[in-house]
Design a protein around this ligand. Sequence first.
Ligand SMILES: N[C@@H](CCC(=O)N[C@@H](CS)C(=O)NCC(=O)O)C(=O)O
Length: 371
Amino acid sequence: MSKTASPILTASLPRNSASDASKPVTNTFFAQTALDESGDKGEFKRVDASWRNWVKKEPDAQFPAEKDRYHLFVAYACPWAHRTLMTRAVKGLDDTIAATVVHPIWQKTKPDQDEHSGWVFGNAEGEMLTNTEGNGGPFPSIFPHNEPEPFFGSQSIRELYEKAGDTDGKYSVPILWDKKRNTIVSNESSEIIRMLNSEFNDFAKNPDLDLYPIEMHVAIDKVNSWVYPTINNGVYRCGFAKSQEAYDTAITELTESFDRIADILQKQRFIAGNKFSEADIRLFVTLVRFDEVYTVYFKTNTRSVAHTPSILNYCREIYQMPGVKDTVNMEQIKAHYYCSHPILNHFSIVPRGPDFVDLLEQPHNRNNSLN
Ligand SMILES: N[C@@H](CCC(=O)N[C@@H](CS)C(=O)NCC(=O)O)C(=O)O
C-alpha cells in the first residue's frame, strides 16, 4: 500500500469482504498518529480502523474461534484496548486469548528512518528513556507487566503491522492477532469486544454473561451512538482540538452528555438498562481516566467523576467486579498520556493527581450482582 501524506480523513471506509480478508482496508489518507487527524476547522477526526475481519464460532470460518490461536496486543493506557482487556476479563477468556502489554510511552519507532512515534515493546535490557523530543523522565525501558513481542521479537507495534503487510498505519492498539495465519484479524475494539462476547463461549469461563443480549440491542446501540462521539471520542475531541471553536463544540457536547449520564445513573443501575452490558464497558474506560487525565490534559474540567456521586458509585461497582481492577493500571495510563505527546506537554511532567483509584476502592452504594 502506498502512503498518502494528508492529515485529513473524511471518507468512510469499506469493510473487508471475506475474500480479501487478509488485506487491510486502505485508508484514503495517511495519518501518522492521532495528533495528525484533524479537519480544516481544527476539529479532531479519528481515522477509522483498517483491519475489520471477524472471528466466528463456526469451525469452517476464515477465522474460527479456537483456544490459544488468537493474541491481543494492548496498552494499559489506551481506552480502546482497555475495552478488550475488560471484556476478556469478565468473560473469563484469559486462558483462551493471551495478551501482551506494550510500553506506555510512545517512542520513535524507526529513529534512523523517519519521525513516526508510537507504541514500542518493553525492553528489560534497554537504557532509560525520554519522550520523543528528548525531554522528560528518565523513564524505565520496561514497566510492570510489559513483555517483549512473543512471536517475532518486534520492537514496535508498527513492525507487527508491517509483518501483516500494512505499511500505511495508523499503527494502533488493540490488535487481535491470528497466530496461525500470522496476520491481524481486527484492530477495531468495538468489533473485537463483540467477538469476545459471542464467538468464544465454548472456551469462556462465563459463557452465560451476554454483554450484548438481543433484547438490549436497541438500547445499547442507542447509548453507544451518543456516548461514543461525545464521551469516548469526545474527550479526544477536546484534547486534540486545534482551534478554540472545535474545543468549544466538543466540551459543550461532552458536558451535556456527562450530565445525561449522571441523570440516567440516578434512575437506572447501568447505562443501557438494569443489566451490565458492553455499553458499560465502553463508558467505564473513559470515566476511569477522566479525573486523573482528561480533566487536566484534555481540558475537560467542566465536570469530575469524583464530584458526581451517581457516576462515582457506578464506576466503583464496575471496578469492583471480578477481574476488572486488574485491567486498570493508572500508572501506565498517566505515563502514556502525559509523556507521549510532547507537543501538548513538552517536558512530560506528570501531575500528582487526586488518587482516583483509591476512591474506586471504597464501597459503592449499590447491591452486588453482575445482572
Ligand atoms: N478505532 C480504534 C482506535 C484505536 C486507537 O486509536 N488506539 C490508539 C491508542 S489510545 C492508538 O493506538 N493510536 C496510535 C496512534 O495514534 O498512532 C479502536 O477502537 O480500536
